[in-house]
Design a protein around this ligand. Structure first.
Ligand code: PEP
Ligand code: MG
Length: 539
């Protein structure tokens, strides 16, 4: 038995086999090759493997989501067999004496540009597909794993680190727990794990080795321990503790349908945070009063191109419709820092958390912003939608945003497309926003305090940096004072104020938040019933 310690992200226990996940980052460079025929054979082998992978994906998708949705993998297979595409790659290797990775990438880009320029909608849509198949072949050429989990049984993932875009692509039904050597408890990957109710450890003192692959393990999120090949006694004990946690969660289910009211009659709304459309199942199962933070940027991660207006509309509409009139607060695109998507073409920055991100991208590239706003407004016809904007620092930004929102509404009205009454709010997650919250409150319908970033920016501590975790203190008086000040200024202007950062789920502060007068706490679905229990015992 080997024992390792990590920082727990979610209190739960998982028992299962380890799955060692290797990094997905690409590292090829353009190279001249001597033996072009051997390079063509290398390409052909990778192409055949890619077709094999797509066969498997097609079969899995057929069983899980039906023929219509599985079809895309068949289309990709056909594209990999397309003679024009294959011959163009071979010609590139032969004439330029270059490595297959380079030939596949440039040919993919050329074909994609050609498809994009076509009149036919169907062919235009193939532009992203040809990039997709090309990156699959390049990945195989490099001998990298894909983000998919090649396992029939659910597993415990053991990885060096995971990015939000890698996590988003994994089949969540196959994940029992996640253990990473690096990573911070405040990162979005940790937040994702929490929202999926997956016990996870970050910053664990384990060396990632392929030797662990397939070995039995226990992840104890209560004590932050990983046991590899546990002794029989430990295994028995952990199974018992796992059953106790399950029983406790069953007991909490009795609170479904009950009010979030203290013994002395004070009430607060409990909403849920979510990132993927599938999360709505958990939101509903845990009886959330609404969705207080839909991290819409997750729709943009783990893909090769921007999600179209139609794709976004379908996602928002599904969430809004399933919530059946309960409020859904969609946070507009908060890309940047740890949430990266290559196709945005963002520069590498010295200080990405202080960089070109979130609302700054939306205001500088309004077409990206408008596509999202159109999709959200269209979905608003199907339920109750609010929109909130991240990383706000000034009144001027809000005025610009409102101008763009008006243009979108006018465009939809002109086209006869219906939409609902949408409440607009902002996140208070920069010290600047909290300090000028009196002025900001006059411009919007609500405030939602993002304590994750508010802590990061107030304390000047990178939330991604695992070394600084001992200093990352969301209970710091400066953070709590900014929260209180925001609530007071919001209420002075007659608007409601909530918290959607992770601190909202910290039950040692629930009473403090009630005393401050917060109107709403939006937390991972897993925490809703626990907090309801806490609230009902106060007073
Ligand atoms: C926050 O910063 O507290 C927040 C809710 O947003 P995110 O964690 O997605 O940055
Ligand atoms: Mg934030």
């Amino acid at each position: 038995m080997e024992i390792f310690r990590g920082k727990s992200v979610l209190q739960g226990i998982a028992i299962g086999k380890l799955y060692v996940y290797e990094k997905k980052e690409s590292s090829w460079t353009k190279q001249t090759v001597q033996d072009v025929e051997a390079e063509i054979v290398r390409f052909q082998k990778a192409r055949e493997n890619a077709i094999g992978e797509l066969d498997d994906l097609y079969q899995d998708a057929l069983a899980q989501v039906g023929e219509e949705n599985a079809m895309i993998f068949d289309v990709h297979k056909m594209m990999l067999d397309d003679l024009d595409y294959v011959e163009a790659i071979e010609a590139c290797i032969r004439t330029d004496s270059v490595n297959a990775e380079y030939a596949v990438t440039v040919t993919g880009e050329e074909f994609s540009a050609m498809f994009s320029a076509m009149d036919d909608d169907y062919m235009r849509a193939r532009a992203a597909d040809v990039l997709d198949i090309s990156s699959r072949v390049v990945r195989i050429l490099e001998g990298r794993d894909d983000a998919g989990l090649h396992t029939k049984e659910p597993v415990i993932i053991l990885a060096d680190d995971l990015s939000p875009s890698e996590t988003i692509q994994m089949d969540k039904t196959k994940i029992l727990a996640v253990v990473t050597k690096h990573g911070s408890a405040n990162s979005h990957t940790a937040i994702l794990a929490r929202s999926l109710n997956i016990p996870s450890l970050v910053n664990t003192d384990v060396e990632i080795s392929k030797e662990y692959h397939g070995k039995e393990a226990v992840v104890d999120g209560v004590t932050g321990t990983l046991f590899i090949e546990p002794e029989a006694e430990v295994l028995d004990q952990k199974k018992k503790e796992q059953a106790e946690i399950k029983e406790k969660n069953e007991r909490l289910k009795l609170l479904i349908g009950k009010e979030n009211v203290t013994k002395d009659g004070r009430s607060i709304k409990l909403y849920a945070n979510m990132g993927n459309v599938e999360d709505v199942d958990k939101v509903l199962a845990n009886d959330a009063g609404g969705i207080g933070l839909f991290r819409s940027e997750f729709l943009y991660l783990g893909r090769d191109d921007f999600p179209t207006e139609e794709e976004q509309f379908a996602a928002y509409k599904e969430v809004v419709s399933r919530m059946e009139g309960k409020k859904v607060i969609i946070r507009t695109l908060d890309i940047g820092a740890d949430k990266k998507a290559d196709y945005f073409g963002l520069d590498v920055e010295e200080n990405p958390a202080l960089g070109y991100r979130a609302i700054r991208i939306c205001l500088m590239q309004p077409e990206i912003f408008k596509t999202q706003l159109r999709a959200i407004y269209r979905a608003s016809a199907f339920g109750t939608v609010s929109i909130m904007f991240p990383m706000i620092i000034s009144v001027e930004e809000i005025r610009k945003i409102k101008g763009i929102v008006e243009e979108v509404k006018e465009e939809l009205t002109r086209k006869g497309i219906s939409f609902g009454a949408v409440e607009l709010g902002i996140m208070i997650e920069t010290p600047a926003a909290a300090i000028v919250s009196e002025e900001l409150a006059k411009e919007v319908g609500f405030f939602s305090i993002g304590t994750n970033d508010l802590t990061q920016y107030t304390l000047a501590i990178d939330r991604q940096n695992q070394k600084l975790e001992p200093f990352y203190d969301s209970h710091h008086p400066a953070v709590l004072k900014l929260i209180e000040m925001t609530v007071q200024n919001g209420h002075k202007a007659g608007i409601w104020v909530g918290i959607c950062g992770e601190l909202g789920a910290d039950d040692t502060l629930t009473e403090t938040f009630l005393d401050m007068g917060l109107d709403e706490l939006s937390v991972s679905p897993t925490y809703i019933l626990k907090l309801r229990d806490r609230i009902r015992n106060i007073g």
